[in-house]
Design a protein around this ligand. Structure first.
Ligand SMILES: [Zn+2]
Length: 80
């Protein structure tokens, strides 16, 4: 099995036999700093989690809108 390493530019896993990253095309000659790669990957994960959060919030918001409508309808019903 080939040795693998992370591209320090895009953070993707590549074979150490490549001298260029097959994903982003950057040179893999420079030894990549593992903490840099980790930070890069963590940034991506954080971004994805943030997008998930935003989606959840949007869902929640439409739920609340719906709830508000129901409450309004209920109040309108009970006040008459
Ligand atoms: Zn790359």
């Amino acid at each position: 099995m080939d040795e693998v390493k992370f591209c320090s530019y895009c953070g993707k896993l590549t074979s150490s036999t490549y001298s260029y990253c097959p994903w982003c095309g950057k040179s893999l000659e420079n030894k990549s700093n593992i903490s840099d790669v980790l930070n890069h990957s963590l940034d991506k994960i954080e971004k994805i989690q943030l997008e998930d959060r935003l989606l959840e919030l949007e869902k929640l918001e439409s739920c609340l809108d719906h709830l508000e409508e129901e409450i309004d309808a209920f109040l309108a019903k009970s006040s008459t």
